[in-house]
Design a protein around this ligand. Sequence first.
Ligand code: NAP
Length: 317
Amino acid sequence: MAENHHKVVIIGSGPAGWTAAIYAARANLAPLVLQGTQPGGQLTITTDVENFPGFPEGIMGPELMEKFQAQAERFGTQVIYDTVTEVDVSKRPFKVVADDGTYTADTLIVATGASAKWIGLESEQKLLGHGVSSCATCDGAFFRNKEVLVVGGGDTAMEEANFLTRFCSKVVVVHRRDSLRASKIMQERAFANPKIEFIWDTAVEEIIGSKETGVTSVTLKNLKTDEVKSFPTQGVFVAIGHQPNTSIFEGKLDLHANGYMKVKPGTAGTNVEGVFACGDVIDHHYRQAITAAGTGCMAAMDAEKYLEALEMSVASV
Ligand code: NAP
């Protein structure tokens, strides 16, 4: 086989990808991980991770991902910083085309994750991890007794707002329309929460602050009256949805209507034999590092079983 052929190629390097690599490497499958544009995935844009078991003092997101990688490499995982642009899963070996090379694989593990949607402000990216977040579960506890903003009107925004009231003294939901998209039950819960207030028909135009001070205020624009005002706040949680990173698989692997990848229930198997998926790319519900790691383990074990069956069928020919 060519030098670029591997038994297992893993696309993506978040908790799912690295866990799949650890398991595949320990099964002597010498997996290749193609890291993608954001090595380490979403955890690299968060600060302290306090809910990953095994780290009672908490750990920084990037450091946790370095530990995952080191553990995968210890058992023989090959890691390449390369971004996949195209896949061919119509026949085996599967073909993976990336910016710097083409790879072939007997099994493919898709761990490309999901990305939070952002408003699109420069200040939003500058203050990410310094008062701006897209994950209340990850960062909410850093805003104890503070006043924060949640942007969005869907279930995620309501869930984040409710969750944040455990820590924050006040949570203001800023929504671009005058009615919520969220399900009735989530709306009712948010309306009934005395710590949650709403600002309707409004967009966040600018986030003010610095890495030293954190967020200090936002500029809000009423979309009906065009009135612009400064609004003091100490945190901004952007909750306008997530997007699974599945565009390169469209038309090649079965996806749900919302873009997330389909797997057979209770497994990591996609509709193509030998192609497995794990982590946030298959999960729009839990979206936690620990659940991603769990399905990463499943994908590697499923791939190992598939390869065993393949070798047995080749041997018996
Ligand atoms: P969503 O339903 O698509 O809602 C996104 C919200 O963000 C909408 O209110 C939208 O406004 C707003 N928005 C979108 N782009 C924006 C922008 N550029 N600027 C300002 N606002 C923007 O996304 P989601 O809330 O993440 O939910 C995704 C799916 O997961 C849904 O099916 C939801 O039911 C499900 N979910 C369920 C639960 C639960 O049941 N516990 C929890 C979370 C998510 P408009 O309304 O004006 O479009």
